[in-house]
Design a protein around this ligand. Structure first.
Ligand code: SF4
Length: 81
């Protein structure tokens, strides 16, 4: 598994920096549709979660206390963090 995981959710691109993630779980608590923990307690994308509520994903990414989650808008502009 790579250190940076990237996935498209609708118009948004979301990245998980798995080296920064420390497994607090705030993102998963807020929106468990796109995220889950791997066996080591680090966030990964949940398989088959291509269709999600985009605003919920943005809120979940904003909740990360260590800024491990990045969101880009359709123009490639970073909107989180
Ligand atoms: S909120 Fe941040 S630190 Fe916590 S599990 Fe999600 S990505 Fe990892």
């Amino acid at each position: 598994m790579s250190e940076i995981e990237e996935r498209k959710f609708g118009e948004l691109t979301v990245r998980i920096d798995r080296l920064i993630c420390v497994g607090f779980g705030d993102c998963i608590e807020l929106d468990p549709t796109p995220f889950e923990f791997d066996d080591e307690g680090i966030a990964i994308f949940r398989n088959g979660a291509a269709t999600v509520d985009e605003s919920a994903v943005v809120e979940a990414c904003r909740s990360c206390p260590v800024d491990a989650l990045t969101v880009l808008d359709p123009d490639g502009t970073q909107i989180v963090p």
